[in-house]
Ligand binder design. Structure first.
Ligand code: NAI
Ligand code: MG
Length: 504
């Protein structure tokens, strides 16, 4: 049996839904199974087709593409694919709205609109969470308790700043930029849109934002909310399409700033395209974060932090703790506890409230994860996966970790962007720092130790934009986020995030 077959997804089975296939990864013990607990879909509305949202109106295009539910491969809707001409339309609408409306409004009035968006999102939070899970495959407990509340919090936070910018930057002269072009990935669709739209509007700019290919739906729900909030036409334009649509935004001369989150590869392309122009840019790119566990750490909490760090959102997280650096003296204990914990994770229907591991976002991403995992096996690393049968339809990957990993192995250096952890060891803090920094990335890191002085010493030497101490994956709109090296530059969140949307 090949590795692919063992993992279950290459075997053709009948068409059962994911819901009926949710399984605990624990070996079966009769009487100890969770009952199914699916979130209701009755209250949500997904149109069969979405046009582009330009100048406050639905705009038809010449081409449409399907978005599917990765948990069962069923088509959810048809989405407009914006051509370069459509991008021009959206940018022109944003430019006109900037000139005639948005830049002339008092900051206090702008704040009212942003507060309104946040409040309507709050009213529709449950619908947004269900659609986010259906379109992208993430567990409902995550979209309900992380994605949607955080997205709303970003709108509230930046609404509060809109009329207080002079207090954010006392004594400095500044002005809004104009039209900003924003391009987002598929791992946190609505949250990434909020990270980008909220500060842009608070600073007086207008927006053209492009959804990712596989997860456009919550952005079109946001378009409805923006209309309901009475935001003037053209202030926010929402479009979709693939890389060529993104490139048309980047290359439009009326776009004065680009905010991009996605792969390092595309980040580099964008840098090349805008070289020689006066466009401002922020890039939030890939990562390969070290999660460093010292022998004096609270081990059980640290194991929870490892699980949260790499298996949250199936590992489709730029700041995922994908490299575990564990002190040699506690390696065996940590591995033993980690195995036990992996066997209690529940993989299956993303809409089931007990699901820990949802579906992989797309076939393409599943292929990428599989290829990298196979390289780990071929290079002699030791794989561990819990016993578990995967649903017959959809894209799935078991939570996985590798031991016997050398720094030169591909799985130790490349971003896998899936539920796959590489375990490495260290003996001294110096060695931990060297290994943590031995990457082209520099987005995030985790440090687990009982000793505050050790943590402070480490955070000063680990080169990462965000470092969590004795926790992982904690977010707050007041806290800036961003990277060093090939993880990009610029910050989103906090006062730092406002700065990126102003000219000084
Ligand atoms: P990607 O970087 O191609 O896509 C991200 C966004 O950029 C999408 O909206 C896409 O349409 C757009 N885009 C693509 N080419 C463009 C271009 N030439 N100009 C402007 N915009 C363009 O990432 P993809 O293909 O979805 O994923 C590939 C890998 O990238 C993943 O396996 C993962 O390792 C990494 N990735 C990292 C993310 C992060 O948050 N840091 C997010 C998504 C992917
Ligand atoms: Mg989809």
């Amino acid at each position: 049996m090949t590795f692919r077959e063992k993992n279950g997804y290459s075997t053709k089975l009948n068409g059962n839904s994911a819901a009926s296939h949710q399984r605990s990864l624990k070996p079966k013990k009769p009487g100890w199974e969770y009952a199914e607990s699916p979130e209701s879909k009755d209250h949500i509305i997904i149109n069969s087709k979405y046009d582009l949202f330009i100048n406050g109106k639905a705009v038809k295009t010449g081409k449409y593409f399907s978005t599917v539910n990765p948990a069962n491969e069923e088509k959810l809707s048809e989405i407009a694919y914006a051509s370069a001409g459509d991008v021009d339309k959206a940018v022109n609408a944003a430019e006109k709205a900037y000139r005639n409306t948005w830049s002339r409004l008092s900051p206090k009035e702008r704040a009212k609109y942003i507060f309104r968006i946040a409040r309507i999102m709050q009213e529709k939070a449950r619908e947004l969470a269900v659609i986010e899970s259906m379109d992208g495959g993430k567990p409902i407990k995550e979209s309900k308790s992380v994605d949607i509340p955080l997205a709303i919090a970003h709108f509230f936070y930046y609404a509060g700043w809109a009329d207080k910018l002079k207090f954010a930057f006392p004594g400095r002269q500044f002005s809004s930029i104009g039209v900003v072009g924003q391009i987002i990935p598929w791992n946190f669709p609505l949250l990434m849109a909020a990270w980008k739209i909220a500060p842009a509007l608070a600073c007086g700019n207008t927006v053209v934002i492009k959804s990712a290919e596989t997860t456009p739906l919550t952005l079109y729900k946001l378009a409805e909310i923006i209309q309901e909030a009475g935001v003037p036409d053209g202030v926010v334009n929402i479009i979709s399409g693939a890389g060529d649509t993104g490139a048309a935004i980047v290359n439009n001369p009326k776009v004065k700033k680009i905010a991009f989150t996605g792969s390092t590869e595309v980040g580099k392309l964008i840098m090349r395209s805008i070289a020689g122009t006066d466009k401002k840019v922020t890039l939030e790119l890939g990562g390969k974060a070290a999660n460093i566990i010292f022998e004096d750490a609270p081990i059980d909490q640290a194991v929870e932090g490892i699980v949260n760090g790499i298996y949250f959102n199936q590992g489709h997280v730029c700041c995922a703790g994908s490299r575990l650096l564990v002190q040699e003296s506690i390696k065996n204990t940590v591995i033993k506890k980690l195995k036990y914990r992996l066997n209690s994770l529940r993989l299956g229907d993303p809409l089931d409230k007990n699901t820990d591991i949802g579906a992989i976002n797309s076939r393409q991403q599943l292929d990428k994860i599989t290829e990298l995992v196979e390289s780990g096996i071929e290079e002699g690393c030791t794989i561990y996966q819990p016993e578990c049968k995967l649903p017959s339809k959809g894209y799935w990957f078991k939570p996985t970790f590798f031991t016997n990993v050398a720094q030169s192995n591909r799985i130790a250096g490349e971003e896998i962007f899936g539920p796959v952890l590489s375990v490495l060891t260290f003996r001294t803090p110096k060695e931990a720092i060297e290994k943590a920094n031995n990457t082209q990335y520099g987005l995030s890191a985790g440090i687990w130790s009982d000793k505050g002085s050790k943590i402070f010493k480490m955070v000063n030497q680990v080169k990462a934009g965000v470092i969590w101490a004795n926790t992982y994956n904690k977010f707050n709109p007041a806290s800036p986020f961003g990277g060093y090296k090939e993880s990009g530059f610029g910050r989103e969140g906090g006062i730092q995030g406002l700065k990126e949307y102003l000219n000084f």
